[in-house]
Design a protein around this ligand. Structure first.
Ligand SMILES: *Cc1c(COP(=O)(O)O)cnc(C)c1O
Length: 346
C-alpha cells in the first residue's frame, strides 16, 4: 500500500478541499491588515451569521483543543466545574487543556448512552454535591457528532438545555464534526444550536476539508466579552489571520461544508452496509455521522494492520474505529470492506 494511500484512522488524515485551497490562493494576493482586521475575516464572520441566521460573535483558533478550552474557560471561573460525557474529547484527548486555560475548572464526567449525555445524567452529576467543598457546576459540554459517531437530535439538545436552565448551567457544544451532524439530520444549523439553547459552538473545519482552523461561535454574545484577549494570551491569535478565515469563506459560500459532510457520512454508511453480514463483525454504535465502530477479533485487527490499514483501536478489546472524510474514495471503502471480510473469515 503506498505511503499516502487513503486511510480510515482519522478524518484529519485527509488533505485540503479544493474550495478551501482556492480561497487561500485568492487570499494570497497583495497585502492585508493583520490580526483579524482584514476583509477575509470580516467576510467569514458574515458567512457564519448568515448560516446561523443570527447575529453571533465569531473567533478563529488554530485547533479544536484551543477552541474548546478557551470557550469553556470563558464560561467558567476557576472554582467552577464542567459536566461532560465520560468519552468527551475535552476529558480524554486534550491533555488537561480545559482545566489549564480555565485556571482549574474541574471536568465532571457523566454517564452516556451511545456517547450521548442525557438530562438525567447531567442532573445527577450537578446535584450530587452542592456544598462549598466541591467545584460548583457551571457548564455542560456536548459533542456533536459524538466521539462514537452518534448524533444528538434537536429535541435532545433542547431537553438538555432545559435542564441546564433549571440548574443554572451554560451550554457549550464541541462541534469538531458539527457538519456531519447537520448532514445527518438535514436540519438547519440554527435549529441544532442557539434555537435549542446552545450558548457557544466550536465549529470544526480541520476534519472537513480545511488545513487548520476551528471557529468559535458565541450565540450568547455577553459570554464573548474579552474573548479576543483570551485567544491572544493563549497564543491563538493568528497574525496572518486571513489564512485561517479565507478557507471558511471557501467552504461556507457555496455549501461545500455540507456537501463534503454528506459524502463522508455516505461513505461510513456504505462501509457499515458492506460488512454488516460478515460473521463475527458487529456494529458497536449506530452509524449516524462519518465514523464506523466495529467489533472485530484480535487476529483480524492484526491481519488488517499487516495489510497496511490504519485505524484506531482505543475503544477497548476488539473495537476498531474507521473514519471517513470529505474526500474518501468509494473504491477504497470497498477494498477495506473486502479485506475485513477476508480476515474475519480466515
Ligand atoms: C478532533 C477533535 C477535536 C479537535 O482536536 P484538535 O486535534 O485539537 O484539533 C475536538 N473534539 C473532538 C470531538 C474531536 O474529534
Amino acid at each position: 500500500m503506498p505511503e499516502n494511500a487513503q486511510q480510515f484512522a482519522s478524518d484529519n488524515y485527509s488533505g485540503i478541499c479544493p474550495e478551501a485551497w482556492a480561497a487561500m490562493a485568492e487570499a494570497n494576493q497583495g497585502h492585508q491588515r493583520a490580526y483579524g482586521d482584514d476583509e477575509w475575516t470580516a467576510r467569514a464572520a458574515d458567512h457564519f451569521r448568515r448560516l446561523f441566521e443570527t447575529d453571533c460573535e465569531v473567533f478563529f483558533a488554530f485547533n479544536g483543543t484551543a477552541a474548546n478550552s478557551l470557550a469553556l474557560a470563558s464560561l467558567c471561573q476557576s472554582y467552577h466545574s464542567v459536566i461532560c460525557s465520560e468519552t468527551a474529547h475535552v476529558e480524554t484527548d486534550e491533555c488537561g487543556a480545559p482545566e489549564f486555560f480555565s485556571n482549574g475548572s474541574k471536568l465532571l464526567p457523566a454517564k452516556t448512552e451511545n456517547g450521548k449525555l442525557t438530562p438525567q445524567a447531567i442532573s445527577e452529576v450537578a446535584r450530587k454535591r452542592q456544598d462549598i467543598h466541591y467545584p460548583k457546576p457551571r457548564v455542560v459540554t456536548l459533542t456533536q457528532a459524538t466521539e462514537v459517531g452518534t448524533v444528538y437530535r434537536p429535541q435532545e439538545v433542547r431537553a438538555i438545555s432545559a435542564t441546564c436552565k433549571e440548574l443554572g448551567l451554560h451550554l457549550h457544544m464541541d462541534g469538531a464534526r458539527f457538519s456531519n451532524a447537520c448532514a445527518f439530520l438535514g436540519c438547519s444549523p440554527a435549529d441544532l444550536t442557539w434555537k435549542a439553547g446552545v450558548d457557544v459552538l466550536c465549529f470544526g473545519g480541520t476534519k472537513n476539508g480545511m488545513a487548520v482552523g476551528e471557529a468559535i461561535v458565541f450565540f450568547n454574545k455577553a459570554l464573548a466579552e474579552d474573548f479576543d484577549y483570551r485567544c491572544k494570551q493563549a497564543g491563538q491569535l493568528a497574525s496572518k489571520m486571513r489564512y485561517l478565515s479565507a478557507p471558511w469563506v471557501g467552504i461556507l459560500q457555496d455549501d461545500a461544508w455540507l456537501k463534503y459532510a454528506k459524502h463522508a457520512n455516505r461513505c461510513a454508511q456504505l462501509l457499515a452496509n458492506l460488512v454488516e453480514d460478515v460473521p463475527g463483525v458487529s456494529l458497536m454504535f449506530p452509524v449516524e455521522a462519518n465514523g464506523v465502530f466495529l467489533q472485530l477479533s484480535e487476529p483480524a485487527i492484526a491481519a488488517l494492520t499487516a495489510r497496511g490499514w490504519r485505524f484506531y483501536t482505543f475503544i477497548g478489546a476488539g473495537g476498531a474505529r474507521f473514519m471517513c472524510s470529505w474526500d474518501t474514495d468509494e473504491a477504497r471503502v470497498r477494498q477495506l470492506a473486502a479485506d475485513i471480510r477476508e480476515v474475519m473469515c480466515a
